[in-house]
Write a protein that binds this ligand. Structure first.
Ligand code: COD
Ligand code: ZN
Length: 365
């Protein structure tokens, strides 16, 4: 079928909104009519060439929609289901999946921006077009693996469902599944975009005592207070490490999170952690960038430095938990999404992200 999609042909160029060809779903795949797609910085990293991806590609990895067709042998979803899309469709058979870490599925990693059989369902001008995260939801329709959809029991607004597909699960998961924040502890979060705000919501859910939001923009910091931040630190004018230490009686925070993606902010997250502090890095720095840490301090202060990918979550069981938390009023997704766009406005949506507009933007179809 012909569908409208935003195609990245080259790094550094605006996305090209045009018709592309989308094949029928193959065995174990489903066709989803996309309802909403979130504007996440991770797509921006690919557009800027800060992270590698096969091109041409349809980006978009934060999405939700409705299943409209199922391929042969599909048992995990049915026509008409409202689904959240997962950008790590787990195979269920590799070592990572079998050990319970489906967010790190080996087969998904090995096949990258292709479907699990290594081919693409998208084509344009005689070329294969790749699928970011096997989602590619910057398009009216998407063919995705059946393990990449999470059907919802009750329907929720599409833009909120889309947020659960990336920022919410990545951020809340980093706080509760990766770092396992303990009640009463102190937390510092560097970078308060869609994902950082979700870390803050996760810290609040875990009953952290002090939650310090760190950003370089005042508007983001004010906004963060709405999601559970108790203190703010503007890193544009003062050293954030010093400020976080001052706010925690000189000790540093028990849990720190890097949610922007750079070597410098990773180092800052490490340096502002307390003795025995847990440092969780969510952002991916531009390819090749390093973060230097004091190797003596690591040992003498028994710090833990760890990464967190997709909130260390298991999409098919943990995303429904996020939906329940939203429905019971414990996750404020209504305030998180502040801007709506059409697919034709996608380059504008990314310009707004670059300008540092608060909250999350979402494309509505
Ligand atoms: N100190 C503090 N805050 C900063 C600094 C700084 N030096 N520089 C920028 N910021 C702030 C910005 O003002 C902004 O508020 C925030 O950092 C970033 O927010 P967004 O909205 O631009 O970004 P998000 O929340 O959409 O994405 C953040 C990620 C860390 C997820 C993303 O950048 C990333 O690294 N993605 C790769 C990791 C990955 O693939 N994750 C899975 C899919 S998301
Ligand atoms: Zn994302």
């Amino acid at each position: 079928m012909k569908v409208k999609a935003a195609v990245m042909w080259e790094v550094g160029q605006p996305l090209d909104i045009r018709e592309v060809d989308l094949d029928e779903p193959k065995a174990g795949e489903v066709l989803v009519k996309v309802g909403s797609a979130g504007i996440c910085r991770s797509d921006r990293h690919f557009m800027h060439g800060d992270a590698p991806i096969a091109i041409p590609v349809v980006l978009g990895h934060e999405g939700a929609g409705t299943v409209v067709q199922t391929g042969p042998g599909v048992t995990l979803a049915s026509e008409g289901d409202q689904v959240i899309l997962s950008f790590v469709p787990a195979c269920g058979r590799c070592r990572s999946c079998l050990e319970g870490h489906s967010n790190l599925c080996d087969l998904h990693a090995a096949t990258g921006a292709n479907m699990l059989d290594g081919t693409t369902r998208l084509h344009a001008d005689g070329k294969d077009v790749h699928h970011m995260g096997k989602v590619a939801c910057f398009a009216e329709y998407a063919v995705v693996p059946e393990t990449g959809v999470v059907p919802l029991a009750d329907s929720i607004p599409m833009d909120k469902a889309a947020m659960i597909g990336c920022s919410v699960t990545t951020g809340v998961g980093a706080a509760i599944y990766s770092a396992e924040i303990k009640p009463g502890s102190t937390v510092a979060v560097i970078g308060c975009g869609g994902v950082g705000l979700s870390v803050i919501m996760g810290a609040a859910l875990a009953n952290a005592g002090q939650i310090i939001a760190v950003d370089i923009r005042e508007a983001q910091l004010e906004f963060a207070m709405r999601f559970g931040a108790t203190h703010t630190v503007n890193a544009a004018d003062q050293d954030p490490v010093r400020q976080v230490k001052d706010l925690t009686g000189g000790r540093g925070a028990d849990y720190t999170f890097e949610v922007f993606g750079s070597g410098d902010t990773t180092k800052a997250a490490y340096d502002m952690a307390a003795k025995r502090g847990i440092v969780t890095v969510v952002g991916i720095a531009p390819w090749g960038q390093e973060a230097s840490i004091n190797a003596v301090d690591l040992v003498r202060n028994e710090k833990t430095l760890r990464g967190s990918y997709y909130g260390s979550a298991r999409s098919r069981t943990d995303m429904p938990v996020m939906v329940d938390l939203y429905q019971s009023g414990k996750l404020n997704l209504d305030d998180l999404v502040v801007r709506h766009y059409t697919l034709d406005q996608i380059n504008e949506a990314y310009a707004d992200l670059d300008r540092g507009e608060i909250g999350r933007g979402a494309i509505m179809f």
